[in-house]
Ligand binder design. Structure first.
Ligand code: NOJ
Length: 539
């Protein structure tokens, strides 16, 4: 029998459990290794669930643990209803869910519906002949008249989005690596297959799904060329080439929403969450995914691109809220991008700013999201030992020399060998400057990032204004200050170099400051630089 979380929910009983929740991303490969092979696994996660529960988050999302050749670290799935032996087995998975539920944590798993692995039995069958039973599970096209790819679509990971299959004389489509063939969502059999996959995991007790590349599933039925926005220099990196096109025909097609409306009906009886990875960078299109019974929540990625500038952050967040209301998830970091600590300048200052920004995100309607290690201020900047060959396979150019590895370094737990992550050789090195102070054990004392993160999340749990549907009102103040209120709760963040007065602060009592100390100047309440304040309005 699947378990259900023994949660002490603070939301009203008629609200879904994720209302105003905080999520925690477990990048499984790098979380905790229980068997010494250098790769994090489900048993390692189970043993460390207390750490996650102790932070005060409501749920975790576990990145793919399904059988996979690991061409894209599990985002190339060879079997959607099993566990890769490197990560454990279905029984270990069940134990993770049971323990998480006992701790009051919900569990969300990744579903990867845009593409499978080229080792998936469906694709192996599809490539056996044009008449194969699963041929139409994938997107096949005849060559263009010159024998080249059928259109000008490009892969996000470089080169054309098409690979020639000599034996059957057609091209197949892949938005990512050639080892990740796109599934054909024009085929009802693919819909049925995924409905069965979702049901399989729901019956095992999961509390929801993070939907990989939720905006990419369907394509223009006539496969027209994408308009070229501008020319790029020969040899330009994959990201530059990708962004040189207007992707009007290969992503964000209107029919994709019908898939999620159907899934919504399917998951509703289980009270499960549909959280989409909607990789679009304008508020309105993202907002469409959470309207009219489609997804429950969509990640809003521009939130992790903004620099340390109160005005720019406010504009970004305000536009997103206007389009997505309380149905957005706000990632502080992700496994595909440099972490907040690194983006905001690295080191202690970067970590302080990341915590301030998390304070702002936690107060917004919707769900704030941490990536494992954010609670320690893990940085990644000093990662110099990334393996270029491995990056060649799944790193994304355009971020930095270490591709996506900078946000995927192993969790530092304590002062043991390899910081307690593994007794073997970690699959990816720790940043060179990692020390005991960066570990969970090393941060159990003093004013550490870990203890402050816990204090922030405890404060949130005490403030019902931040959990329900309380309206958000932006407050005008100095340029370097972002401020809003919800009910009687006021949140302000100072990106300047000096103390800044908080609008409305005269009538407020500070309850939490991310780093530093608040000051009073006459009646004014002042926020310290590189910090955020939560205050309660009096009267
Ligand atoms: C988004 C995932 O976050 C990323 O890691 C992966 O490479 C792509 N989707 C393809 O599945």
């Amino acid at each position: 029998m699947p378990t259900r979380p023994a949660t002490t929910t603070v939301t009203a009983p008629w609200e879904p459990w994720w209302t105003g929740a905080v999520g925690y991303q477990v990048y499984l490969r790098s979380f905790a290794d229980s068997d010494g092979d250098g790769i994090g696994d489900l048993e390692g996660l189970r043993r460390r669930l207390d750490h996650i529960a102790g932070l005060g988050v409501d749920y975790l999302w576990i990145t793919p643990f399904y059988p996979s050749p690991q061409a894209d670290h599990g985002y190339d799935v060879a079997d959607y209803t099993d566990v890769d032996p490197a990560y454990g087995n279905l029984a270990t998975f069940d134990r993770v869910v049971a323990r998480a539920h006992r701790l009051g944590l919900r569990v969300v798993v990744d579903v990867v519906p845009n593409h499978s692995s080229d080792r998936h039995p469906w694709f192996l069958d599809a490539t056996s002949s044009r008449d194969a039973a699963h041929r139409d599970h994938y997107v096949w096209r005849d060559p263009a008249p010159d024998g080249g790819p059928p259109n000008n679509w490009v892969s996000k990971f470089g080169g054309p989005a098409w690979t020639w299959h000599e034996a059957t004389g057609q091209y197949y489509m892949h938005t990512f690596l050639a080892q990740q063939p796109d599934l054909n969502w024009a085929n009802p059999a693919v819909h049925a297959a995924f409905e069965a996959i979702l049901t399989f995991w729901l019956e095992r007790g999961v509390d929801g799904f993070r939907i990989d590349t939720a905006h990419l599933l369907t394509e223009d039925p006539s496969f027209r060329d994408n308009p070229v926005l501008h020319e790029v220099a020969p040899g330009a990196d994959a990201e530059t080439v990708y962004h040189a096109f207007d992707h009007r025909h290969d992503l964000d097609q209107p029919d994709v929403l019908a898939i999620y409306r159907r899934w919504r009906e399917l998951v509703a009886p289980y009270g499960a969450l549909l959280l989409g990875e909607v990789g679009l960078f304008e508020p309105e299109p993202v907002g469409r995914y959470v309207a009219d019974g489609a997804l429950d929540l969509a990640f809003y990625f521009p939130a992790l691109k903004v620099g340390w500038d109160a005005g720019a952050i406010r504009d970004e967040l305000a536009a997103a809220l206007a389009a997505g209301g309380d149905r957005l998830a706000w990632p502080l970091s992700s496994h595909d991008d440099p972490r907040a600590t690194q983006r905001f300048g690295g080191g202690e200052r970067g970590a302080a700013r990341a915590l301030a920004y998390l304070t702002v995100l936690v107060g917004l309607p919707g769900n704030a999201f941490l990536l494992q290690g954010d609670e320690l201020g893990v940085d990644g900047t000093a990662l110099t030992t990334a393996d270029p060959e491995r990056l060649g396979a799944h790193g994304v150019a355009g971020h930095d020399v270490a591709g996506r590895d900078v946000s995927r370094t192993p969790m530092p737990w304590d002062g043991q060998t390899n910081f307690g992550f593994t007794s073997g050789t970690p699959w990816l090195a720790f940043p060179d400057d990692t020390s005991l102070q960066d570990t969970v054990a090393g941060q159990e004392h003093g004013r550490s990032q870990l203890r402050r993160t816990r204090a922030l999340l405890a404060e949130r749990a005490r403030l019902p204004d931040l959990r329900g549907d309380e309206e958000l009102e932006w407050l005008e103040g100095p340029d370097a200050l972002l401020a809003y209120r919800r009910g009687r709760t006021l949140i302000a963040m100072n990106t300047g170099r000096t103390y800044q007065p908080i609008p409305g602060g005269r009538d407020a009592r500070a309850r939490f400051v991310s780093t530093g100390e608040v000051r009073r100047d006459g009646d004014d309440l002042l926020a310290p630089p590189d910090a955020a304040v939560i205050a309660e309005l009096r009267g």
